[in-house]
Design a protein around this ligand. Structure first.
Ligand code: PMV
Length: 359
């Protein structure tokens, strides 16, 4: 598949107005995407668990307009007009216009809400961009009279990627790979694919409790972070390591080896942050409480033999990952020992989910 395969043939139907509503979840990477080439092409392949509870719901209403020279849209978050969201969406529209040539024909009203609090430090770009991409695809599907030449989810993932790279991994579940990798059949730099291999029972219904250590705005945008991988002294080795970790995780997911899973996932999280600490300019996104939590998790594992582990995204919050059969004991541990390190004691109980839904 190449980019041009996503350019549609002329639309056969004319629609004046309508609306679509989708919910789409967030995702948490096990092998991390950090570093991109032009047009949101990843420097290395990544794999993530799709989440269940953390999601964005977007209703996109559209009505035909006279002047077809520019994009026209309004954005609302929880019924409140959000003009500060417009530049990001304008950039997204410009990037995808080639693939959705109807964009300038309509005025859009984008009404969105998140299941998680917006000031939680949880990025809403993956769930938000994938929900919007799906709504746009629903319009295209109508315009071609249900006669899409291309797989609906694949093109929605392709479009979501152009909004925010990791968003392309949010449409399906329970595991999604993005980025071409020799060992993953069908994998592509252009869109996410559902993990196509056998997954051991141990990883079914995996739990993710997100500890909200720092609910502030991101210190460094992910665009700036990705760009710092250009000319980074360890970039080449990092991209090679991510490729190898993807090969390794395939056998781990098959065998159900939780110790190997822990080693790979925690190393990935710390490597992501090590890349940030060793870029120029350098930065530290972990907070003292992030480290307190990590140490507590290690001590708990040591003393109980639990298979709980952590991962991080580009921030201070900690995702605590554990098998379903440990849900009771790990939650007890979280409440008694970790919640004290969360801002206002807040955390979100989530688990692996199965992707976006048309509402
Ligand atoms: O999708 P972006 O550009 O916000 O990048 C996300 C990068 C990480 O969350 C740090 C890792 C990942 O693979 O999701």
């Amino acid at each position: 598949m190449t980019e041009t395969d996503f350019i549609p043939k002329p639309y056969s139907k004319h629609i004046k107005s309508g609306d679509f509503k989708w919910s789409s979840p967030s995702n948490i990477a096990l092998v991390k995407y950090w570093g991109k080439k032009k047009d949101q092409i990843p420097e290395n392949p990544s794999i993530s668990f799709t989440l269940d509870y953390c999601k964005t719901t977007t209703k996109l209403s559209f009505s035909e307009k006279e002047n077809k020279a520019d994009f026209s849209f309004d954005v609302f978050l929880d019924n409140e007009k959000k003009d500060d969201f417009k530049p990001k969406i304008e950039t997204f529209f410009k990037r995808v216009e080639r693939y959705l040539p109807f964009l300038k024909n309509y005025h859009f009203k984008i009404e969105t809400s998140n299941s998680f609090p917006h000031s939680s430090g949880i990025a809403s770009s993956a769930s938000g961009m994938s929900a919007l991409a799906l709504c746009l695809m629903s319009i295209e599907k109508e315009l071609v009279h249900d006669d899409l030449e291309i797989n609906f989810t694949q093109k929605a993932s392709f479009l979501a990627r152009l909004g925010s790279g990791s968003a392309c991994r949010s449409l399906e579940g329970d595991l999604v790979v993005w980025g071409e990798h020799v060992d993953v059949y069908g994998s592509s730099d252009l869109f996410g694919v559902k993990y196509p291999f056998e997954v051991h029972e141990n990883f079914k219904n995996y739990q993710d409790t997100i500890l909200l250590v720092d609910k502030g705005e991101k210190q460094v945008s992910s665009t700036v972070g990705h760009n710092l991988m250009h000319g980074h002294p360890f970039a080449g080795q990092r991209f090679e390591q991510a490729n190898k970790n993807l090969t390794d995780i395939k056998s781990i997911l098959k065998s159900g080896d939780l110790d190997a899973f822990i080693g790979l996932v925690e190393s990935e999280a710390l490597t992501l942050h090590a890349m940030m600490m060793t870029s120029m300019p350098y930065f530290i996104l972990m907070k003292p409480n992030t480290l307190q939590i990590i140490n507590k998790i290690w001590a708990f594992r040591e003393s109980t033999g639990s298979k709980v582990c952590f991962t991080l995204d580009a921030g201070a919050n900690v995702h605590v990952l554990y098998p379903e059969n440990e849900a009771g004991s790990v939650l007890k541990f979280i409440k008694s020992e970790l919640v004290t390190f969360c801002q206002k004691g807040e955390y979100i109980n989530d688990k692996v989910g199965f992707g976006a839904k048309l509402l």
